[in-house]
Design a protein around this ligand. Structure first.
Ligand code: NDP
Length: 239
């Protein structure tokens, strides 16, 4: 039997890219979204549609999903992974950076939910996987706005889970600790980046993107009546 369609946001690097490779290797058709469409296309995965979509732009997000469904059938799983982490101090950080994190990490994720949920409820089948963070469970220095967005992901995911479980739709929250990806690179404060690097070294390293992709794949591929609600994963040495 052919495998159902999975949508992955932020698949142009890091966790999203590793997840795309993993689920493609298991035969799933994919819709991959990001702003750097050249990086999506360079993955060269079979049965995969790549679209330049900023997840804060609902119209292009909706158009990409419509095109993928016309080609591959209904979306069975949405991996809401696109995110930005711009660390800073609450009294000096450029508010535009808070806005970007709120727009992408919270509104972008809600946009994805809005675009797939009604059909999943109608079909009585589907899985929404929201990528949060350990920073959605506990606090870290210089993370005021980022932690705020990831606490929001936990809160909205659990609320949604309770709302839609009666329609056999699963809402899974994945909360990784530190992972080696491009994420930290967008923070503008060099001293914060240096401190983060020292923290990573003090733990003897961090997770690989593939570790998180494996957790996503495990949670998704449980039978539809088994709901892994949340996975928190870190290196053993991360406090
Ligand atoms: P990366 O920076 O490697 O990947 C982030 C992805 O998000 C990229 O593909 C980027 O693509 C995409 N993205 C960013 N903004 C937008 C946007 N406006 N529209 C569409 N896509 C966007 O980082 P990670 O792989 O680490 O991050 C993936 C998720 O994991 C994030 O939600 C992050 O918060 C979370 N996470 C990461 C941890 C870590 O330590 N790395 C720990 C815990 C959680 P493009 O630039 O091409 O648009």
């Amino acid at each position: 039997m052919s495998q159902p369609l999975i949508v992955i946001t932020g698949a142009s690097s890091g966790i999203g890219e590793a997840t795309a490779r993993t689920l493609s290797a298991q035969g799933h058709p994919l819709l991959l979204l990001a702003r750097r469409v050249d990086k999506l296309e360079a993955l060269n995965l079979p049965n995969t549609l790549c679209r330049k979509v900023d997840v804060t732009d609902r119209d292009s997000f909706a158009a990409a999903i419509a095109d993928a469904e016309a080609q591959f059938g209904p979306v069975d799983c949405l991996v809401n992974n696109a995110g930005v982490m711009l660390l800073g101090d609450a009294d000096s950080q450029d508010p535009a950076e808070w806005q970007q994190m709120l727009d992408v990490n919270v509104m972008g994720l809600l946009n994805g939910i809005h675009l797939v949920l009604a059909k999943m409820r109608e079909r009585k089948c589907g899985t929404i996987i929201n990528i949060s963070s350990v920073a959605g469970r506990k606090t870290f220095p210089n993370h005021v706005a980022y932690c705020g967005t990831k606490f929001a992901v936990h809160g909205l995911s659990e609320t949604l889970r309770e709302e839609v479980c009666g329609d056999d739709v699963r809402v899974i929250t994945i909360a990784p600790g530190a992972v080696e990806t491009e994420l930290l690179g967008h923070t503008t404060r060099q001293d914060i980046k240096d401190g983060y690097g020292e923290w990573k070294d003090s733990m003897g390293g961090v997770l690989a993107a593939q570790d998180v992709a494996n957790a996503i794949e495990y949670a998704y591929h449980q039978p539809q009546n088994v709901h892994i609600r949340e996975i928190v994963l870190t290196t053993t040495r991360q406090p």
